[in-house]
Ligand binder design. Sequence first.
Ligand SMILES: Cc1cc2nc3c(=O)[nH]c(=O)nc-3n(C[C@H](O)[C@H](O)[C@H](O)COP(=O)(O)O)c2cc1C
Length: 206
Amino acid sequence: MKVLLVNGSPHEKGCTYTGLQEVANALENNDIETEFLWLGIEPLAGCIGCNACLKTGKCFRNDIVNDFLNKVPDIDGFVFGSPVHFASSSGALTSFMDRAFYGRRKLFENKPACCICSCRRGGASATFDQINKYFSMSNMPIVTSQYWNQVHGTNPDEVKRDLEGMQTMRTLGNNMAWLLKCIDIAKKSGLEYPKNEGVVKTNFID
Ligand SMILES: Cc1cc2nc3c(=O)[nH]c(=O)nc-3n(C[C@H](O)[C@H](O)[C@H](O)COP(=O)(O)O)c2cc1C
């Protein structure tokens, strides 16, 4: 089983990475394979709402979003990490998530996911809520920890000294590993995924 950890920070090995790495270590200690995907520092375009992806399954902009979408079928669980930028996720991660999740419930459903946030001082819980919303409308089980998934610091050393934050990361990794194993056992024993009616879209009009 494999978990993909997406780093939405402009710093490849910064605070967000430090938190993600602690989650990854816990997963590896539970025999779950991990892979990192860093979004980088080049501009990452947002969704333009052209709906081309609804027909093709891919974004018309052939960039890291499509690279990610190609990986999804082989991934069992996801961890998305972001620094807190003005009490929200980074612009790059927001653009990435908007384009990756738009119209793709079928691709992601039943795959466990969670997010972690890194901030100096405040805005982590707002960011946590923001990122969790992608999962909670995609039929994805959200993995939780002993606290909201946040670490604090302005550099990796400070993050490592946030002992409660780092413990929260390890607990998150352990919980994700446990849920993945439960799902694996359920699948092997013949338990089917929940039946899905298909979404009734009303726009509140009728
Ligand atoms: C544009 C920008 C906005 C930020 N906004 C916040 C904020 O709202 N709250 C906060 O506590 N820290 C804020 N920070 C600090 C970072 O969230 C924090 O240092 C984080 O741990 C950096 O993670 P990184 O090393 O992965 O980039 C901001 C940093 C930047 C660059």
